[in-house]
Design a protein around this ligand. Structure first.
Ligand code: A3P
Length: 301
């Protein structure tokens, strides 16, 4: 078990599986190809749900791939040491995933025609999901309570360090930095033809139509039975049973026993956790940080 974070370009990253050399290579040298599909999200936004959907769309509903290959190999994480290596060795159209903030993402993306899906989720639910994730993983310093994690989440990264003159490791933060900066950064890509904005909330509300929208964006035509299979096999219940996608088989180097990525899988779990005062403080902070975006852009507002 390790404490603290790996610091790269002023942002905190998990210590196990990430390295400064690897991050530097991924951020500056990786070449995104036109035929790639890229899933980008802030951690705990439902990334693996969308990856499972993308895999199933790719295989036209056939479950062989998702039942035989770990999800982190189906769509390797660009900025992890293992993921970067896998992607570089892969031929043909690749499915890749990343939590990198916009300003660190490899610049080759901006001149490529790769299809990019940016996934978002209500930050209050991201916070709660992230808190539980950190109580069962060994990737970073773990919070003592939800209240403490609440503070870390709002702070996001160690931007106050310069002022406080503290060493980064002395100041707890959240992996990949601020949710607010992440979403703000990627929003600048939202009008591009090759970018699809997706939310956890719309997937929950109407999974079938949302999957159809993804297919349309990717230029994939599925017949009704194939679509049924994508829908069924990416459902919370089925993913929760699939060892290749629920993280049960992940080494105990990373997690404690019984870790599963499929925790609760609902919208609005924050209501079971935030006090009234926390909800009010969060809303105030949110409004300051997210001012200026058009109404209706974020389904949780
Ligand atoms: P909760 O912790 O709120 O349950 P990520 O993949 O980005 O780490 O996100 C994990 C979150 O997505 C978890 O949220 C998890 O339960 C949820 N999730 C995973 N698979 C899901 C599915 N098939 N349907 C709904 N939610 C899912």
């Amino acid at each position: 078990m390790t404490d603290g974070y790996l610091w790269f370009e002023g942002l905190p990253f998990p210590r196990v599986g990430w390295s400064c050399e690897g991050l530097k290579e991924a951020c500056t040298k990786f070449v995104i190809k036109d035929e790639d599909t890229v899933m980008v999200s802030y951690p705990k936004s439902g990334s693996h749900w969308v990856i499972e959907i993308l895999c199933l769309i790719h295989s036209k509903g056939d479950t062989k791939w998702i039942q035989s290959v770990p999800i982190w190999e189906c769509a390797p994480w660009l900025e992890t040491d293992v993921g970067y290596k896998m992607l570089n060795e892969r031929e043909g159209p690749r499915l890749l995933a990343s939590h990198l903030p916009f300003h660190l993402f490899p610049k080759s993306l901006f001149t490529s025609k790769a299809k990019v899906i940016y996934l978002m989720r209500s930050p209050k639910d991201v916070l709660v999901s992230g808190y539980y994730h950190r109580t069962v993983t060994k990737l970073t310093k773990n919070p003592e309570s939800l209240e403490q994690y609440f503070q870390w989440f709002l702070e996001g990264n160690a931007s106050v360090l310069a002022v406080c003159n503290l060493h980064p490791c002395a100041y707890p933060a959240v992996s990949y930095g601020s949710w607010f900066e992440h979403v703000r950064g990627w929003m600048s890509m939202r009008d591009r033809e090759n970018v699809l904005l997706l939310s956890y909330e719309e997937l929950q509300k109407d999974p079938r139509s949302t999957i159809e929208r993804i297919c349309q964006f990717l230029g994939k035509k599925l017949d009704p039975e194939e679509l049924d299979s994508v829908l069924k096999n990416s459902s919370f219940q089925v993913m929760n049973q699939n060892k290749m996608s629920n993280f049960e088989i992940l080494s105990e180097t990373f997690t404690t026993k019984n870790f599963k990525i499929t925790r609760k899988g609902i919208c609005g779990d924050w209501k079971n956790h935030f006090t009234v005062a926390q909800a009010e403080a969060f809303d105030k902070f949110y409004q300051e940080k997210m001012a200026g975006f058009p109404k209706g852009l974020f389904p949780w507002e």
